[in-house]
Design a protein around this ligand. Structure first.
Ligand code: GLN
Length: 234
């Protein structure tokens, strides 16, 4: 089995509400299976080499300004990584920058890198609370977490929702969509962090990146956490 390379984009700037736990989950679920895995932290000013999985966490508008500028340097490379099938996961602020742009309440529009055909504009209220979404990509067909964002994200073209909210607001509180997928690029508003409470989605990402089915792990504890959050009131 090949060595899995994970690139963690701008963890010093975009890493709120425990989003770094997503990296730990991917790393541990490989190590528990004896899969050779490495994690590279990619900071402002660094060059980016090829990886199998890229992760970018959430953050406040201020940190997004710096990452938005830095990401433009890597737009063509990361688009090539998307097109050769690499797996991406962006959470909230990182998700917003994987679209075309994020227009905050004040100041200039923050340019994204258009890995997703989506755009985000700041709304008048902040969405904060538990989210349950139904998804078709994994079994069980549920994803859980919590949201904390004012950005309203709208999907276009071939970019489809990751799921449909049954509790919470998701992308924009209006069309019931949560998150996004195009090719193997995934975005979600679910903090928590997301993957420890959704181990089935973590394994789905690993299988896409490795190109093979993985042996199941004993997810008794993770599944208890997942079930405890299904339809938890907002
Ligand atoms: N600053 C963005 C917003 O408020 C993203 C917030 C986040 O990453 N939690 O929508």
């Amino acid at each position: 089995m090949k060595k899995l390379k994970i690139g963690h984009l701008y963890p010093k700037l975009l890493n709120i509400y425990g989003d770094g736990g997503n990296i730990l989950t991917l790393q541990r679920r490989c190590e528990w299976r004896g899969i050779d895995v490495s994690v590279d932290e990619i900071d402002v000013g660094d060059d980016i080499s090829e990886h199998d999985i890229y992760f970018i966490g959430g953050g406040q508008d201020l940190q997004q300004i710096e990452v938005s500028k830095e990401l433009q340097r890597h737009k063509d490379f990361l688009t090539g990584e998307r097109d050769r099938g690499c797996v991406f996961l962006g959470i909230c602020g990182g998700y917003q920058l994987m679209g075309h742009y994020y227009q905050p309440h004040e100041g200039d529009r923050l340019e994204g890198i258009s890995l997703l055909d989506a755009y985000t504009v700041a709304g008048n209220k902040r969405f904060i609370g538990n989210v349950t979404a139904k998804t078709e990509f994994v079994e069980p067909k549920t994803l859980v977490g919590f949201e904390n964002h004012s950005g309203l994200t709208y999907l276009q073209g071939e970019t489809k929702p990751l799921g449909t909210v049954s509790v919470g607001n998701g992308n924009n509180g209006m069309d019931k969509s949560e998150g996004a997928r195009f090719k193997n690029v995934f975005g979600t508003y679910l903090h928590g962090s997301f993957l420890p409470k959704n181990p089935h989605f973590a394994d789905y990402m690993l299988e896409l990146a490795l190109g093979e089915k993985l042996t199941p792990l004993d997810d008794t504890i993770e599944n208890c956490a997942h079930k405890a959050l299904i339809n938890k009131p907002y």
